[in-house]
Design a binder for this molecule. Structure first.
Ligand SMILES: [Zn+2]
Length: 103
């Protein structure tokens, strides 16, 4: 899990921070491929999914709110980022293409 050293939800970073943390590339994932849930007409619902923190990144699709970090757990097969606003799931990759969410 090498993402933890890139986020610190408790502290506000100064805008002119000297070292920019690595940029994450976000790729939208099919919720059915990452979460065990039930598909209804136009939504996909899963129970008891626990988010593990709020990311610096905002949703690239709706642009609202910050993405939530979701790690592997009972109903989650693949760790991913989740947008509470539009309920999309995203995978995160580093600039060189390696997955950022590795356990
Ligand atoms: Zn969104």
């Amino acid at each position: 899990m090498n993402l933890m050293n890139q986020m610190d939800p408790q502290s506000k970073q100064p805008p002119e921070q000297r070292d920019h943390p690595a940029h994450l590339y976000l790729v939208q994932l099919d919720p059915q491929s990452v979460v065990d849930g039930v598909r209804y007409d136009d939504t996909y619902l899963a129970d008891e999914i626990r988010t593990c923190g709020t990311m610096r990144e905002t949703c690239p699709v709706c642009g609202d709110g910050h993405l939530q970090l979701v790690l592997r757990q009972k109903n989650v097969r693949v760790p991913h980022l989740f947008c509470l606003e539009c309920t999309r799931c995203f995978g995160a990759f580093l600039e060189d293409g390696t997955p950022a969410l590795i356990e």
